[in-house]
Design a binder for this molecule. Sequence first.
Ligand code: BG6
Length: 288
Amino acid sequence: TKDRNGIGQVVLRNPRGASARISLHGGQVLSWRTDRGEELLFTSTKAIFKPPHAVRGGIPICFPQFGNRGSLEQHGFARNKIWVIDDNPPPLHPSDSLGKTYVDLLLKSSEEDLKTWPHSFEFRLRVSLAADGYLTMISRIRNINCKPFSFSIAYHTYFSISDISEVRIEGLETLDYLDNLCQKERFTEQGDALTFESEVDRVYLNSKDVIAIFDHERKRTFTIRKEGLPDVVVWNPWEKKSKSMVDFGDEEFKQMLCVDGAAIEKPITLKPGEEWTGRLELSVVPSS
Ligand code: BG6
């Protein structure tokens, strides 16, 4: 299918009726729904869908740079580009395909990208939906140049939540984090689970591979399982920052929380011909 701007989209549907919608714009997942049709990802009512603007919501991929940690545009260029469907991807492990509906996408550096980031790469993304509704994103990034390069990556996941004051994150306790609101200074998390009462913009370092977001009011729990992605970004713009973003409603910060599996503090280096793989698996279960 195509969106209003003529950009291709792919809809995945599992036998029970759960679904995911992926846009070729950014290789971005824009929707992930349960078999009961509940939307699990947040997208702003003010989102701008016209490239090269990145869409405010879903799961934009930040690559090859996270935030402003480098000379490229904020969060790198991958989320602004039009990806293509990869009809003949190199094989993955059979368990990555069995019982799943999936799509394979591909991004390669254009002449224009090479001017700002002179490293030829192939970025293969598989988005799959399992029979139980789990959403998996597998990224394979290959250096097809003759010299090494380094990159950062984040799956900037906008979870849809009932109310920011009612959610907590478990799995980040006692970790060190870099605070973007404090010149990226390093702090150590003290409390128990993470709760929210003001703007948060942090990169938690070296987390374990499972993180959970509990939404008391909506009685559901998201689980994030990640591989190859040591860091976790936690972001909520809160009131003041929300008002400064043109593509975000003033009150929408209450209904979203970004929790990203990422590799930021220690960029990943690939030698010529080398490939890196990172995985993110999202699931949701009802909770009491
Ligand atoms: C977060 C960054 O991950 O993304 C924030 O840490 C930033 O600083 C936010 O504001 C949104 O970025 P953007 O470019 O999508 O507005």
